[in-house]
Design a protein. Structure first.
Length: 131
């Protein structure tokens, strides 16, 4: 029951990461996974920056050569036709970034279904025992 709910939560959070287009965030999608913490305790593990992305304040980030965010910004400008880069230097030196809430929605969604999942597992165990 609990492991099944944790796996569903993992799946829901990964879907939200894809939906919010956070796939540019390194290994966030790949490394967000259900884990067994101890005998009857399960959780969701994700890279340290996952919760920060979910709750950070709006701030400016410098666009320096070699950074993933710099590549993302350049690709984004090309997509929107805003590519103002002259050869060798960036059109703007920084971009404003904001939080990307992706954790609360899937967790709430799975929590609503948890009672039904647990009841189903208990009934299944009772029927199995009765045979």
């Amino acid at each position: 029951g609990a492991w099944l709910c944790t796996q569903r939560m993992q799946k829901a959070i990964r879907q939200e990461i894809r939906k919010k287009k956070l796939i540019w965030r390194g290994n966030l999608l790949k490394k967000t996974q259900a884990i067994k913490i101890s005998k009857n305790i399960f959780g969701i593990a994700m890279p340290y920056y996952g919760p920060y992305l979910d709750s950070m304040r709006t701030h400016w980030v410098a666009l320096k050569r070699g950074r993933l965010i710099t590549r993302w910004a350049e690709d984004r400008r090309k997509e929107k036709g805003l590519f103002l880069k002259s050869e060798g230097q960036s059109a703007s030196k920084a971009i404003r970034v904001k939080k990307h809430p992706f954790i609360d929605k899937p967790v709430t969604k799975v929590e609503r279904k948890t009672k039904r999942i647990v009841e189903k597992e208990i009934n299944k165990a009772i029927r199995k025992k009765g045979r």
